[in-house]
Write a protein that binds this ligand. Structure first.
Ligand SMILES: [Zn+2]
Length: 450
């Protein structure tokens, strides 16, 4: 124990996101807020990083996982030799930041699988840290763990940390790694040990810069470029009816629309039980396997569900922003409706007040939705067939993106599509044939069971 090894790992967030925690209810703030440390500064909890690092070591050095991170098996157990001590917010030069980080908010809802509308009581605001936010993570290694091997595991690593990683959040990269050893048998080592603690101790010991390579992340990508068709596109509006300043359609909104419509198609043709999927997902259908689920029925004790195989990114929307005014009609007077049944005042037509409101929308808009990830062949065929059918529904105006899609907003038409490997999406007939084949396969397997 007279020699202690320390690592300083600087992670940079390549996408907005972060680790969040639920906010107190009805506090007029976001529902999910960025997790902070005792000083109120955003943090990357040690447990989140330790989990991601363990997964990385499992991929690169499966033989070393139990030895490095400990295990419990029956009456045998071993403590972890890697101690993730904590994290601090730093700037691009690696200096500790003292001011709070700027956060922004994203507003999303869930889609009701029966009505197709936004599900009641699912509107939520989520706070996110911007891309480019950097954390320094402090790690101590016990003597038995070869540091060079651990550093090698950090090469080309792009950990997904925090929430909503399947909708374009939380991808990080390792920007810098420093290592160092504290030798308590020397007087300088002992002096450092006795006079510093916490992050300062690790920062003063781990000074040797280790070369780490950055990952090459370009994966198989589907891109779908949409143009707004007839009406404007409105999304993530704040309480004043304004679009977010970033003008980015959240990946969660794109994924939700495509996913729920794929489920709808499966249900309509009898490939999915009427009540299956939606909410936590069924865990067995093509859609759940591609987009992830949290179905407990399908777990083998190790996890509660499955992470998505395809990631959907936020899509920047270009176009002209215009405000439009709307007012619900009072069904009795024909004037502008009152704020509530009990309100004593009646607004007549042309009077200002009542529920008259204005919100912004993008006209002549264009955005490109991207789906990134590798799919096994069987899922790829299913996903592409369903995507073709969903795009047909979008083209027919049956589904739209963003807000108020039944009131002229959010209708889009597809202007360009790319598929990994320079292929193309199946035609509508081929997609329908996939449905027919799947139905035959399903009845075959049911027949075999009976
Ligand atoms: Zn499902």
């Amino acid at each position: 124990m007279s020699r202690q090894h320390y690592l300083r790992i600087r992670l940079v967030m390549m996408e907005a996101g972060g680790v969040a925690r639920p906010a107190p209810q009805r506090s007029q703030a976001a529902d999910l807020v960025i997790d902070t440390d005792h000083r109120g500064m955003p943090q990357l909890p040690a447990t989140s990083f330790a989990g991601a690092l363990r997964q990385r070591v499992r991929e690169i050095r499966p033989d070393a996982v139990d030895e490095w991170f400990g295990f419990v098996q029956g009456s045998e157990s071993r403590a972890s030799g890697i101690w993730v001590l904590g994290s601090r917010l730093v700037d691009a030069t690696g200096a500790l930041r003292s001011g709070p980080a700027t956060t922004s908010e994203v507003t999303t809802t869930a889609i009701d699988r029966h009505s197709g509308a936004a599900a009641v009581r699912t509107l939520r605001k989520t706070q996110i840290l911007p891309a480019g936010t950097r954390f320094e993570i402090y790690v101590r290694c016990d003597a038995g763990i070869p540091m060079a091997d651990l550093v090698r595991c950090l090469n080309d690593w792009a950990p997904l940390v925090g929430h909503s990683t399947s909708t374009g959040r939380g991808r990080c990269e390792v920007e810098e790694v420093r290592t160092g050893t504290l030798d308590l048998s020397t007087s300088e080592g002992l002096l450092t040990w006795l006079t510093t603690s916490g992050p300062d101790l690790v920062r003063s010991v781990a000074t040797k810069v280790e070369p780490v390579s950055r990952p090459d992340v370009a994966g198989a990508t589907y891109t779908l470029t949409f143009r707004t068709a007839d009406g404007p596109l409105a999304f993530s509006l704040n309480s004043d009816g304004e679009l977010p300043s970033s003008r980015r359609l959240p990946g969660a909104s794109i994924k939700g629309v495509i996913r729920s419509r794929m489920e709808y198609i499966l249900r309509s043709v009898g490939l999915l039980n009427e009540y299956a999927c939606g909410g936590v997902g069924c865990g067995t259908c093509v859609v759940c396997q591609v987009f992830g689920h949290s179905a407990k029925a399908n777990v083998k004790r190790v996890s509660v569900g499955q992470r998505a195989l395809l990631r959907v990114h936020d899509a920047p929307v270009t176009g002209v922003v215009r405000k439009r005014s709307h007012a619900p009609l009072d069904r009795w007077t024909g004037g502008v409706a009152m704020a509530s049944k009990d309100e004593p005042k009646v607004y007549v037509a042309n009077s200002r007040g009542g529920l008259l409101h204005t919100f912004e929308g993008v006209e002549e808009g264009q955005f490109t939705a991207t789906f990134v990830g590798e799919l096994p062949e069987r899922l790829k065929v299913g996903f592409e067939a369903l995507l073709t059918l969903v795009l047909a529904d979008i083209e027919d105006g049956l589904v739209g993106f963003g807000r108020a899609t039944t009131r002229g907003y959010g209708s889009v038409s597809l202007s360009a599509v790319t598929v990994p490997g320079e292929g193309s999406l199946p035609t509508r007939e081929q997609a329908q044939q996939w449905v027919v084949d799947e139905l035959a396969r399903q009845s075959d397997s049911e027949g075999a069971l009976a």
